[in-house]
Write a protein that binds this ligand. Structure first.
Ligand code: OSB
Ligand code: MG
Length: 370
């Protein structure tokens, strides 16, 4: 399809309460929304690198410039028939996967809308129902966490992910395991540790966790392989998996037993599907992660999670957990306990509410320039 227009929005989405992880405490999520037009049809994409380069080297204001100055201008007027064609038209920019992802997701939404098909179906999804998990950041006290976890397990969530950082690690995990001996639990370290913490991870290894997410540096593969060799609990790579090549290398050196795939972190759905397929061939199971995107980005994540090698509940959440209201409509909602169902409307099924988009926009660029 011929790409006629690209609108780029850098937005700030206020959270209902701060999200606290090993990479900082945030009360606003900065995200990028892209509206891509072809003829009478348009599609929406989103990618949320956040306001500071704390999760990955990218950040929203920088990614906005990469999009506006380098990526989007090279797409206007091009006929892009596949996601691979799109990725080739962005290959002159090194790295910057979050910036590329906003365009890639918009391309997929546009493509699905032109075909009149729901996104999950056009990506090759098996069924629209997706298991989703519960997820808890650092809280004011371990007691507060235990109460919140109790409620999540009672509500039927099939797994709980716990943020894990120095000061909120072994004591917290010990208390949680004591209270919930049989729950499916994993921890997400967001790169907060090094190989010098091996003795601690040996202890973690006795807790029967489903996995340990990204214990070591954000772009490391080899130290994770060394740590994995010492542990029986599988490591799950998140931050380190930024491309298909990184995936191949991680699998080759046995750096992980799981891969968390986020469309934003890998440069979009085109690459996410390729990483899913390679992992499946290698016998490495995957699950879909998120960056607290609005319902636009979360709907893309949900559609991706319908592919067959995603076999652990996804980090996709009801909008009301983070936003009141969500920037986009319709909001994300459970369709059953611990479950969401991908939209059957053409495309991803969500788009920004125009008034909220205007209110929450920090920067807006229009290509071609009017
Ligand atoms: O590391 O998985 C991560 C959210 C934002 C940025 C990074 C991560 C996360 C999550 C998802 O852990 C948790 C959630 O959506 O509640
Ligand atoms: Mg993570």
């Amino acid at each position: 399809m011929l790409i006629d227009s690209i609108d780029i929005y850098h937005v700030a989405m206020p959270l209902v309460y701060p999200f606290r992880t090993a990479f900082g405490d945030n009360d606003v999520i900065e995200s990028l929304l892209v509206r891509m037009g072809s003829g009478e049809t348009y599609g929406w994409g989103e990618s949320a690198p956040w306001g500071a380069p704390g999760y990955s080297p990218e950040f929203a204001a920088g990614a906005f410039l990469v999009l506006r100055n380098f990526l989007a201008p090279n797409l206007i007027g091009k006929d892009l028939l596949t996601g691979v064609d799109l990725q080739k038209a962005m290959a002159h920019v090194k790295g910057n996967p979050f910036a590329k992802a906003a365009l890639d997701l918009a391309w997929w939404d546009l493509h699905a809308r032109i075909q009149g098909e729901p996104l999950w179906r056009i990506m090759g999804g098996a069924r629209p129902d997706v298991d989703v998990g519960a997820d808890f950041g650092v809280m004011e006290s371990v007691d507060a966490l235990l109460e919140t976890m109790q409620a999540a397990l009672a509500a039927g969530f099939k797994r709980v992910k716990l943020k894990f950082r120095p000061g909120w690690d072994m004591d917290m995990l010990t208390a949680v395991r004591q209270r919930f001996p049989d729950a499916v639990i994993h921890i997400d370290c967001n790169s907060a540790y090094t190989l010098a913490d091996l003795p601690m991870f040996k202890q973690v290894d006795t807790f029967g966790l489903a996995m340990i997410e990204q214990p070591l540096m954000h772009d490391d593969i080899l130290d994770h392989a060394a740590l994995q060799a010492e542990l029986t609990t599988p490591i799950c790579l998140d931050e380190s998996i930024t491309s298909l090549d990184k995936t191949r290398q991680a699998i080759q050196v046995n750096a992980c037993g799981w891969i968390n795939i986020k469309p934003g972190r890998v440069g979009g759905l085109t690459n996410a599907i390729a990483i899913h397929d390679l992992s499946e061939q290698a016998g490495i199971p995957c699950w879909v992660g998120g960056m607290l995107e609005s319902a636009v980005g979360a709907s893309h994540c949900l559609a991706l999670a319908t592919l067959p090698n995603f076999i652990y509940p996804a980090d996709v959440f009801p909008s009301e957990r983070f936003y009141n209201p969500d920037l986009a409509e319709p909001p994300m909602a459970l369709s059953a306990p611990s479950r969401m169902t991908a939209s059957d409307s053409p495309g991803c099924g969500a788009e920004p509410d125009p008034a909220r988009l205007e209110l929450q926009t920090l920067e807006h660029a229009v290509l071609p320039a009017p």
